[in-house]
Ligand binder design. Structure first.
Ligand code: CA
Ligand code: CA
Length: 205
């Protein structure tokens, strides 16, 4: 597991309501691409700069809503989303992963995918799910490079049961061209979970 990815994902998880990404030039995390779904890159095509465009909340500043679908909004930083959308939830507890925070949620059909237009050697993403989650990484030919797995202590827990909030990490020695997240239940596999704080590592080390 690549330490810088875990550090970055932890940083963003702890500061998910803070739009400041860890891109300082003197930071060991400077080479990473962090996407917290709070803003688009804006006219300059880069994240973490002054022209970033913040995503809106819900109408009336209350409740939970779908803010927008995702496709090429992050293309300038090399990331394309297929069958993903952004949700927002207003809430009183800013320390809750879901409250006052934008996150990306996967659709069900066609299977959602994240395509990477630049060579990426590491992926870390914070998952919020009621099932174990598997990240499958694919090469430029669409062949499976490998997978990583986030277990759940009580899979399928619903209602008042807490969802698992964990970081899924996958490191590769060959470029990752795309990846997919899948919920794994005793009855089969399905998509539809939500994630936040996607961190991509373009360098091999
Ligand atoms: Ca920008
Ligand atoms: Ca977020």
């Amino acid at each position: 597991m690549h330490r810088s990815l875990v550090l970055a994902a932890t940083f963003l998880t702890l500061s998910c309501s803070d739009s400041t990404a860890p891109t300082s030039s003197d930071s060991p995390l400077a080479a990473l691409i962090p996407i917290d779904f709070e803003q688009y890159p804006g006219p300059d095509g880069m994240l973490g700069t002054r022209d970033d465009v913040r995503l809106p909340g819900c109408p009336g500043n209350t409740g939970t809503c779908v803010v927008t679908s995702l496709s090429n909004e992050f293309e300038s930083v090399g990331v394309m989303f297929e069958n993903w959308f952004v949700t927002y939830q207003h809430g009183d507890n800013p320390n809750n992963f879901s409250n006052n925070n934008h996150r990306a949620c996967a659709g069900s059909d066609p299977q959602p995918l994240v395509r990477l237009r630049v060579p990426i050697f590491g992926v870390a993403v914070t998952s919020l799910a009621t099932w174990p989650v598997r990240l499958d990484a694919f090469d430029t030919d669409g062949a499976l490079i490998g997978s990583s797995f986030l277990p759940h202590p009580n899979p399928g827990c619903l209602g008042s049961c807490p969802q698992v909030h964990g970081i899924v990490v996958f490191d590769s020695t060959v470029p990752i061209a795309s990846f997919r997240l899948t919920n794994v239940s005793p009855g089969g596999e399905f998509t539809g979970g939500c994630v936040d704080n996607l961190i991509l590592r373009p360098s091999q080390n």
